[in-house]
Design a protein around this ligand. Structure first.
Ligand code: AP5
Length: 219
């Protein structure tokens, strides 16, 4: 199964991607994670994108298309993938079509996680992750079972993203409205788009997502 997850900053794409990956055994490809890895490694790409990401702006299409394209020749990715954060513009969606078309790969589903603006700000400003295994948490909605200790790996180190401030979130939301929302029409016209209510709790959103997929593929 090959999926694209769409939705505004903080809607829960990463959270749900982890669950979809486990349930369907597909590869999770997050362009945000790829870019943060470039920044952390201090590469030339990382130096170019660091300021843009901190400012809440999208990085240039040609740069992110090149980074994303490099993954589609992996044997594991060809068995099934979930794209989180890509495509984010119509030119990126068109590039994805040709990357997949060239390799004889079909996109099966595009799922949008729909949430209200204020929920996004609250979800993002309260987010933190384990510094060792990357498990995601939230100050209100998902605290570790033992305070200060990661449920998954036991690490006591946690990190917060540099672009997770209320001000930057609003800029990311503007970028989403102007540059990413046109993808709804793009994928609707192809008959691929499904909407899931992202305002419910995390487990309920997962159920909505599995149901949306089941109605299409008998999953
Ligand atoms: P990226 O990393 O893709 O960030 P984003 O799209 O802004 O989304 P987030 O990762 O912030 O949120 P999410 O939807 O994954 O939510 P999460 O599950 O963590 O991109 C970052 C930057 O990289 C961009 O701004 C851009 O600069 C650049 N970039 C990346 N891709 C690009 C591209 N293709 N083109 C150009 N630029 C690109 O959830 C958030 C929090 O809420 C968590 O704490 C979670 O526990 C909690 N939560 C989740 N679901 C629920 C729920 N149902 N109820 C309550 N809490 C919940």
């Amino acid at each position: 199964m090959n999926l694209v997850l769409l939705g505004p900053p903080g809607c829960g794409k990463g959270t749900q991607a982890t669950r979809l990956k486990e349930r369907f055994g597909i590869v999770h490809l997050s362009t945000g994670d790829m870019l943060r890895a470039e920044v952390a490694a201090g590469t030339e790409v990382g130096r170019v994108v660091d300021g843009l990401m901190r400012a809440g702006a999208l990085v240039p299409d040609e740069l992110i298309i090149g980074i994303a394209a490099s993954h589609f020749d992996d044997a594991e990715v060809r068995r099934g993938f979930l794209l989180d954060g890509f495509p984010r513009t119509v030119p990126q969606a068109e590039a994805l079509d040709s990357i997949l078309g060239d390799r004889g790969i079909t996109l099966d589903h595009v799922i949008s996680i729909d949430v209200e603006d204020e929920a996004m700000v609250e979800r993002i400003t309260g987010r933190f992750t384990c510094g060792k295994c990357g498990e995601g948490y939230h100050d209100t909605f998902k605290l570790p079972k033992v305070a200060g200790v990661c449920d998954v790996c036991g690490s006591t180190e946690f990190v917060r993203r540099k672009d997770d401030t209320a001000e930057t979130v609003r800029r990311r939301l503007t970028a989403y409205r102007n540059q990413t929302q046109p993808l709804f029409d793009y994928y609707d016209a192809k008959g691929l788009l499904r909407h899931v209510d992202g305002m419910k709790d995390i487990d309920a959103v997962s159920r909505g997502m599995f149901e949306a997929l089941a109605t299409q593929v008998g999953a």
